[in-house]
Design a protein around this ligand. Structure first.
Ligand code: GAL
Length: 833
């Protein structure tokens, strides 16, 4: 055989056989996903790649891995990748291939939810606007034009992934994929066509031959072999539609999304951990946190309407990429506890017994392995006997017993440290020495662009703008013989509007996330002769959820009426000839990149006036802490840093005063309106500027201000971790890591308070608070109780100062007993440098 023949044979052998030897076989059965023949317990978390930057991805993914995740889940965002039909974009934050590679490099799996309908509080649910204009199209139903486009995009993504060998079947990280999204929640509205659409979607997906299973979430009738999965705050009661499918939870909410005009959502970790433990207790083997890192809605990506630019979600990793404690740490401990049960969990179904009213045991036992979950679903504590031993079960908690005897973790008892992060404000260091440092351009009121057009009647906004801009001008002029005090009545589908009469802002009105419509009566003065009425209507993120959401529309669809004219008569302007302008003049000139030559920089900077573009040059805050811009002092608009949009800002839109409580009781079923924070305050004042978008010196900040503000009040804020705290009682289980120390002693070490500095190069520099006895309060706010050991502070100081982490036994052996017969705990607040 000649050398070239040998080489050819070798190459042929590699092409045909080598990939399969690296491939991972993913199937499923009644209990779990089966990876290379082994049933697995898998913990997953949602990270949407465009909601952070490629520079942030490695760190966020590493923190996810450290938090105990096995899988990263993301949607694929169609309108990001195909903004114009046939023109694709996979650059920057849209670099899906790079994102999947980053996850793979960390050794994690991927669940790719192609959709291509995403929902996700993403503009228009992820659909590109051009889709809406395809003749004869109806979204998400048995409709040929829609199905053709959906298939084309889905196949495009699958092909891309295959080309990179990303499917597990090719040796890559993708073990699961999703088609559609929560269609079952709304399919009744689509009638019988819904059924055939779902059948079509299932067979279309399967035909793409990815070699890994597909899921449909919230889809009871998902056809085989598609796995129907559950989304919700709790999914323990969920059962898949056949006994051949595993119980998978695709969206377990770590918090909730924030809307402009609403209070800030908060889900306590005790309740989230309870929900997750309940899921595994009741036979689940795959859960996904929605969101594990929420991130930021940059640009005009947020859906809604009214979804805020922050998509922090109260997730275990915050918007800025910092771990949120104790949420992240307590969940990490929970994952370790659940993984200790993996063998038993995957071996069998649980046997569930009642231990009393609302107290339940689930036992996974075969042969030598046994794991148990004891749940107290009541809102008061319980004492139970299980296998001859007695257990105290705090209200609304699950205890996990990996050996059916010893408790490794209780969901209501947090061993993990908590921390306080805070923002430090810095003034904007302008590098432009001339004048005020700010320059400006006035945006004309009313029609100013050459591509304006006139039509009789009022037009729906989204059909008119195709979402090329948030803004649509509706303008007309009327002639009156005499001046008049009258009322301008406007009805709009939303989302907000500003009415200008004769070039002056006469009134504004905005809807909110629950109710986008606006109806307003504005008292106005008209002059004798010509009067101009310029109505600026705006969208604040397009609807992303609901049956037929794509057709709900926006804008001033009328009527528009001048009420109370002479003799109490009205003039209905709705069917008059209106002139329309899509977008703003400034949007066309490109000032968002700061490049227009038309900036004014006279020393008198106009402030508190509507419709102005502002620009400045600034030096980045020093250091490496995450950066935000505090827009307090401004009204509403959008901002660009070095040409990159950091999103819509709206610091004046405050949430209603009511609805928050001082203390949040995690016990009892959670919904998004429970435990709200920040009532009566602006929904969002701080807007994330990714570090990688900043240069050390000379950065350009451009804003478009709609209603009026003073840009000189804009400041920077950098985020850092302040104190670290921990509060552990005598009845806490030992740290989960001590379980494996040695079979018996590890399970008997007793409770330990663990303090750890947030960054590796730091040491504990001061103990701000330490009390063993009956301390109470929260991190930063601990108070001594009536019982307190006098030695606590010195013992903790001695054991912790100068170290990067320390462990203190929480027991009377360490501290002596300051109050016999009373249940005691140790609370510590420390700082690190
Ligand atoms: C679900 C949806 C997600 C997201 C979530 C709320 O209904 O599937 O995409 O929108 O609600 O954050």
């Amino acid at each position: 055989m000649r050398a070239s023949q040998t080489l050819f044979l070798l190459l042929w052998f590699f092409c045909v056989y080598a990939p399969s030897s690296f491939s991972t076989n993913v199937t499923y059965d009644h209990r779990a996903l089966v990876i290379d023949g082994k049933r697995r317990v898998l913990v997953s978390g949602s990270i949407h790649y465009p909601r952070s930057t490629p520079e942030m991805w490695p760190d966020i993914i590493q923190k996810s891995k450290d938090g105990g995740l096995d899988v990263i889940e993301t949607y694929v965002f169609w309108n990001l990748h195909e903004p114009v039909r046939g023109q694709y974009n996979f650059e920057g934050r849209g670099d899906l291939v790079k994102f999947v590679k980053t996850v793979a490099a960390a050794g994690l799996y991927v669940h790719l939810r192609i959709g291509p309908y995403a929902c996700a509080e993403w503009n228009y649910g992820g659909f590109p606007l051009w889709l809406h204009f395809i003749p004869g199209i109806e979204f998400r139903t048995d409709n040929k034009p829609f199905e053709k486009e959906m298939k084309r995009f889905t196949a495009k993504i699958v092909d891309m992934m295959k080309q990179e060998n990303f499917y597990a079947s090719q040796g890559g990280p993708i073990i699961l994929s999703q088609i559609e999204n929560e269609y079952g929640n709304i399919d009744a509205a689509y009638g019988p066509a819904a059924k055939s659409y779902i059948k079509w979607a299932a067979s279309m997906a399967t035909s793409l031959d990815t070699g890994v299973p597909w899921v449909m979430c919230q889809q009871t009738d998902a056809p085989d072999p598609i796995i129907n999965t559950c989304n919700g705050f709790y999914c323990d009661q969920f059962q898949p539609n056949t006994n051949a499918k595993p119980k998978i939870w695709t969206e377990g909410y770590t918090g909730w999304f924030l809307s402009f005009g609403d209070a800030v959502p908060h889900r306590p970790v005790e309740d989230l951990a309870f929900a997750v433990a309940r899921f595994f207790q009741r036979g689940g083997t795959f859960n996904n946190y929605y969101m594990y890192h929420g991130g930021t809605n940059f640009g005009r990506a947020s859906g809604g309407p009214f979804v805020a630019s922050s998509y922090d979600y109260d997730a275990p990793i915050d918007e800025y990429g910092i771990v949120r404690q104790p949420k992240w740490g307590h969940l990490r401990d929970l994952h370790k506890a659940i993984k200790l049960c993996e063998e038993a969990l995957t071996a069998t179904d649980p046997t569930i017994t009642s231990l009393g009213p609302k107290v339940e045991a689930a036992v996974y036992k075969t042969g030598a392995v046994c794991a148990a979950f004891l749940a107290n679903i009541a809102t008061s504590d319980a004492k139970v006997t299980f296998n001859g031993n007695s257990y105290h079960l705090p209200a609304w908690s699950v205890s996990i017993l990996p050996d059916c005897k010893n408790v490794v973790l209780n969901t209501a008892k947090i061993n993990s440290a908590s921390s306080i992060s805070s923002f430090t404000t810095e003034s904007l260091k302008e590098v432009d020495a001339s004048g005020s440092g700010w320059s400006w351009i006035s945006e004309p009121i009313g029609i100013s662009k050459a591509d304006s057009f006139s039509k009789f009647g009022l037009l729906e906004q989204i059909n008119t703008t195709a979402d090329r801009s948030d803004y649509l001008w509706y303008s007309l002029s009327i002639n009156l013989n005499t001046g008049a005090q009258t009322v301008l009545h406007i009805k709009s589908l939303g989302h907000a509007l500003h009415a200008f009469i004769n070039g002056k802002l006469a009134g504004s009105r905005t809807g909110n996330h629950e109710k986008a419509n606006v109806k307003v009566d504005i008292p106005i003065t008209l002059v004798s002769g010509k009067n101009t009425i310029d109505l600026l209507s705006l969208t604040v993120g397009l609807q992303n959820y609901g049956a037929f959401f794509d057709t709900w529309g926006a804008g001033i669809t009328g009527p528009v009426i001048l009420k109370g004219l002479k003799n109490g008569s009205s003039l209905d302007l709705s069917s008059h000839m209106w002139t329309y302008q899509v977008g703003l003049k400034g949007e066309n000139l490109g000032p968002s990149s700061g490049s227009s030559g038309q900036w004014n920089s006279q020393s008198t900077l106009p402030t508190n006036q509507p419709l102005i573009w502002y620009k400045t040059n600034f030096a980045a805050p020093s250091g490496s802490n995450p950066v935000a811009i505090d827009f307090t002092g401004m009204g509403k608009g959008e901002a660009w840093v070095n040409g990159q949009s950091i999103g819509r800002y709206w610091p004046t839109y405050a949430s209603p005063r009511g609805g928050c409580t001082d203390s949040c009781n995690y016990r009892g079923a959670y919904q998004a309106s429970k435990c709200l924070q920040n009532c009566g305050k602006p929904s969002q004042t701080l807007y994330h500027v990714p570090r990688s978008w900043l240069r050390p010196e000379s950065n350009t900040l451009v804003l478009f201000e709609e209603v009026g503000g003073n840009p000189k009040q804009i400041t920077f804020a950098t985020k850092q971790i302040g104190s670290v705290c921990s509060h552990v009682s005598e009845s806490h289980p030992p740290p989960v890591d001590s379980w494996n120390l040695d079979e018996e002693s590890g399970r008997k070490v007793g409770p330990v308070l663990l303090l750890e500095c947030p960054y590796p190069d730091q040491v504990i520099s001061s103990i701000k608070f330490a009390s063993f006895g009956t301390p109470h309060g929260t991190c930063g706010n601990f108070k001594q109780g009536s019982c307190s050991s006098s030695q606590a502070l010195s013992i903790v100081r001695k054991g912790c100062m100068g170290l990067s982490s320390c462990r203190i036994g929480v027991s009377i052996n360490t501290f002596g007993d300051p109050c016999k017969g009373v249940a005691k705990s140790l609370a510590v607040e420390a700082s690190c440098v």
